[in-house]
Design a protein around this ligand. Structure first.
Ligand SMILES: C[S@@+](CC[C@H](N)C(=O)[O-])C[C@H]1O[C@@H](n2cnc3c(N)ncnc32)[C@H](O)[C@@H]1O
Length: 387
């Protein structure tokens, strides 16, 4: 949506707000659910305030997708995202789930923002081990629309999955990758719809390799590259399980200078070899990626997770071998974070395990954009690893 449309939207907001609220209260009386109606009122007030605060600055940057609410009020377990005039409204499902609740919240928010209900998309979010559900299909429209993030475009599907094709909480991280990509060979693991690779390619990466086990994701990434005029000759898309890819790449002697690792917290598979649990498996994952990074320049890995109780474990790596800071508990920049590292074993001053990195620091405060910053939780955590 361009800025003119946004400004017009503000006018509509002010004109419609009072009449909509009256309309809404009438519906409330019919439903006779005072508690839900009060919550709906609180939620829409909060969302409208946030929208007014954010929309101009994002319009200026040509950013179509941003977050308006994320469970800020304890009893209102919802998340509200703006998608260029559409709303994606999700409920964090709990045991007390009532199917009437979310439509009431959604209608109030939509009316307050002047969004037609046909452009409101309702979702359910599950947490913990139900994370796998995030990637399940919920409908079969295959309807995608194009939305902008800065000067790049991405296909968005608002109908068929909980996730829509673009994780906006990483838009700053994507920009960081772009700024570092010139002349580099870039690896994107768990690439989903390839947004990091599109940014790297636009930043002048020499080559990009994007890996995901899902054929749907790989096809989607291809469409995203094509719409951005990115060649799929030098920007390879590989359908594979991450660890299978890493093993093959090692055998072939493939090397990279820049990488993004953004895995799901859990992923299961019919083949138990491919089960993944970030808490247990990230040390082996990091080690395997470090082995593929060129050591003659400061190669960089961005590693991210949205697992809420994540504890980084660097047992499989030695840190700062080159700078002589081996086996030390490593501090992180910005936020405090518990980094567990027993250090590589040293025998007569020689590292037994010589998979070493120069440095690692947590950069979460830099990678979480303003619209995703909440005091309650971090949408993701992100580390920069220098190899
Ligand atoms: C959290 S998303 C990644 C988001 C992505 N980095 C982005 O920025 O858009 C998780 C992705 O991991 C993929 N995935 C899950 N398990 C995998 C595995 N074992 N190997 C490769 N890809 C996997 C899923 O298909 C999904 O696309």
């Amino acid at each position: 949506m361009n800025q003119k449309k946004y400004l017009n939207h503000e006018k509509i907001l002010n004109e419609e707000k009072i009449s909509n609220q009256k309309k809404y209260l009438n519906q409330a009386k019919c439903l006779n659910n005072e508690k839900y109606l009060n919550q709906a009122q609180m939620l829409s007030n909060k969302v409208v305030k946030r929208y007014k605060h954010l929309y101009k600055r994002y319009a200026k940057q040509n950013i179509d997708i941003f977050r308006l609410y994320d469970w800020d009020i304890p009893e209102i377990r919802a998340v509200v995202d703006w998608y260029a005039g559409h709303l994606v409204i999700a409920e964090y499902v709990s045991k007390k789930f009532d199917s009437a609740w979310l439509p009431i919240m959604a209608e109030a928010v939509a009316q307050s923002l002047g969004v037609d209900m046909t452009n409101v998309h309702l979702k359910e979010r599950h947490s913990g081990y139900q994370d796998g559900k995030r990637y399940e299909r919920t409908a079969y429209t295959d309807k995608k629309i194009v939305m902008s993030e800065r000067d790049l475009k991405f296909y968005i599907n608002l109908h068929d999955y909980v996730d829509t094709g673009l994780f906006s909480d990483h838009r700053n991280t994507r920009q960081m990758v772009r700024e570092m990509a010139a002349g580099k060979d870039f690896l994107n693991l768990y690439c989903y719809t390839g947004s990091f690779s599109c940014y790297a390619a636009k930043g002048g990466a020499n080559t990009t390799v994007s890996v995901d086990r899902s054929e749907t994701a790989i096809q989607w990434a291809k469409e995203n590259m094509e719409i951005n005029g990115i060649s799929t000759e030098t920007n390879k898309l590989i359908k594979a399980h991450t660890f299978d890819f890493l093993e093959k790449a090692k055998k072939k002697g493939q090397m990279f200078d820049l990488a993004v690792i953004d895995p799901p917290s859990f992923s299961s598979s019919r083949d138990s070899r491919h089960h993944f649990d970030i808490a247990q498996d990230h040390p082996a994952l990091l080690k395997a990626v470090v082995e593929l990074m060129r050591k003659d320049s400061d190669s960089t890995i961005f590693f991210s997770t949205n697992h809420q109780d994540f504890e980084l474990n660097l047992d499989e790596l030695c840190i700062g071998k080159n700078s002589g800071v081996a086996g030390k508990n490593h501090s992180s920049a910005g936020d405090s974070s518990a980094v567990k590292n027993s250090g590589a074993e040293v025998e007569d001053g020689v590292f037994i395990d010589d998979v070493c990195i120069k440095d690692i620091r947590e950069i979460t405060p830099m990678t979480i954009p303003e619209d995703y910053k909440t005091p309650k939780k971090k949408i993701h955590r992100c580390w920069q690893i220098i190899v």
